[in-house]
Design a protein around this ligand. Sequence first.
Ligand code: ARG
Length: 310
Amino acid sequence: MNIHATLAATSSQSRFLMCPPRYFAVSYSINPWMDPKAWAGGAPALHAKAEQQWASLHRVLREAGAAIELAEPQPDLPDLVFTANAAVVLDRKVILARFRHGERRREEPLFAAAFAALKARGLLDEIVRLPDGLMLEGAGDCIFDARRRMLWMGCGFRSDVGAGAALEQELGLPCVALPLADPRFYHLDTAFCALPCGAVIYYPQAFTAAALRAVHDRVAPAERIALSFADAAHFAANAVCVGRTIVLSSASAGLRRKLERRGYTVAETPLDIFQKSGGSACCLTLRLDHTSCAAPDIGQTAQTATAQRS
Ligand code: ARG
């Protein structure tokens, strides 16, 4: 690779924040997936498996070309591993999360310190707080759609609909609120994923009628990838996209085919232990490098592939 190619590769490299699962456990219940008694029954083995599944996710993301920053795990904060909820990050600006439940509110100062450290290293520019009283559980409920240059915000269970106006003001992009209907899909990223090509993976039954209308008004039928209950229940919407690779816990053959037909490589890495806490691939990562002005990376990759073929 010559110096220009190297620079281009570095500058467009996806960067994520993750937190090792050293203290991961299901010790309280704030969503229907969490059963502390069942966890306690098999804790040592479950924890060992969580460590191994997280390490595999980390490896798969690195192999797909991502850079990973790490937050320091802390005892008694088992959900710190779900860094997607830490903040909304766009254009090097961080909007810190405010959590609905006391169990997770204790994570806020730790994530704030992690972002301050990233800023000190020059990876971020600005860190802001939401107006008092507003709840917003970070990128878990706020999904950047690179192709439409907008934000989709889940609300109803964890985040307040009113946070949308604050996001618009801070980030200068339109934000469409999607009220959620099913407590099993309590964060938007459990039921919705906006791919860089403009396609959207979603589980329609997770949304209220108004939310579905808002999605269908903006996403053409050919760009909708509706999940079966089986795929949704395995958190297939909770996917992470790195360039042309889609990383997720598991996908049916049908879903895999639909994604491959659009030019993606599907990388499955089992994360069922984290689903016992209501999370999967996307929840375990926070994208730090999204920019609202750049062309989505899939476009560039696809163009390069076409140019190479001709
Ligand atoms: N146990 C965590 C909670 O209920 C899981 C968070 C999953 N994160 C996500 N982005 N969906 O808050």
